[in-house]
Design a protein around this ligand. Sequence first.
Ligand SMILES: *Cc1c(COP(=O)(O)O)cnc(C)c1O
Length: 476
Amino acid sequence: MRRPASHAADTATSRRAIPQVDRLLTSEAFQPLLAAHPRAVVVREVRSVLDELRRQVAPLEPGALSAEALRDRVAAGLAREARPYHRRVINGTGVVLHTGIGRAVLAAEAVEALAALAPHPQRLEIDLDTGQRGGRDEGCARLLQEITGCEDATVVNNNAAATLLLLAAVARGKEVVLSRGELVEIGGSFRIPEVMSESGAVLVEVGTTNRTHLRDYRAALGASTGLLLKVHTSNYRIEGFTAEVEIEDLVALGRERGVPVAHDLGSGCVVDLAGYGLPGEPLLRRSVAAGVDLLCVSGDKLLGGPQAGILLGKKELVDVCRRHPLYRALRPGRLVYTALEATLRLYLAGAAEAVERVPVLRQLTAPAESLLPRARRLEKLIAEVPGVSAEAVPCASQAGSGALPARDIPSQGVRVTSATHSAQELADALRTGDPAILVRLHDGAVLFDVRTLADDEVPRIAARLRELAEPGADLP
Ligand SMILES: *Cc1c(COP(=O)(O)O)cnc(C)c1O
């Protein structure tokens, strides 16, 4: 597009007026910045601000090139850079397990354990009774035995690692039989057929997408079969004319033919959520009781702990995994064990206690009517902000991360619209600001689902909206 000549002339004039780096650095205005930051850092930021001004198409505001104005821009840039990459996010999306913001938030007990142990040496692989080397899994394994009834357990970085390790350790060079209805992809990079080939196991697909029968597995068994695998279709559902083989029947077939059976449960639910009005997820205890040889689950989905992959089942096979060379590459650090142990302890006192203390479970099971007071308070505080309107409305939350797929959980939200900005602009401003706030866009409005908000985040959201409503606010 051609710009009017006068505009081009303005731009050229202001470009010529852009000061030299050296002149700025010797100016009075820049001295406090130079005292507070290394010179090289200030120089880099000054160059970047000046480059930005040179590239700017619109005419510069009067005064934009004064040393003071440039100092303010440089200071703002330095402040932005000094913010840590990993920072708190306020989750107004209603997605309880949101992979982009770290899935499960930790229980207070896990946080306390981390704070107590992280600054100090801690017991990890040493048997304090004998002074000999112990197993780093022992603490979590004992709790998992109690909670699930398994014989043994080990911990790796995530469930993808657990799946890879179990396939490599048990079925490398052998065939793994899996239903065509369970060839899952989780979040793009975890795809069962690909993990299978990386592990060195050979995938044998049986049945069809919607129906797989025990006879399909039976027909696929042969001399080179190394494993029968069942994978929880955690992020999708096949509905209609369907049939799948129950884990108990698969275990019976494996027993009959002397082939181990593994179950990738995905979320790894310990508490039966059906009792809380939520769809039932497969329970760890059921698969263990069925006699599955190896199960794997995520630590940071419905279990509500840190990112981890938990492999549990029969002692002999857990040991085979632990002794495999990949184990050393996949095992987590001490902080993960610490947070996981503290989280698992919360399950010892029973379902009701766990639901109260594990934040993921508390958030998921909160009935919609219990969320109404928080929604009303957010509505009221936002309605006081000039230029925006707020309305408490019913909405639907999601578990996220493939847990309880395609199920909406009735919830309460606050619908917010601005007189001056589109919903997208408002959402962008909230996300890029401080604190970073994530929201949903629904029906041309910004929607806060209060299920995933903490009570003390409600006034912070209103305060941020108030900041954005001020004239000259930095909307993107
Ligand atoms: C989530 C999931 C995985 C991957 O788990 P991560 O902990 O994200 O590595 C694997 N299998 C199933 C069935 C899952 O639901």
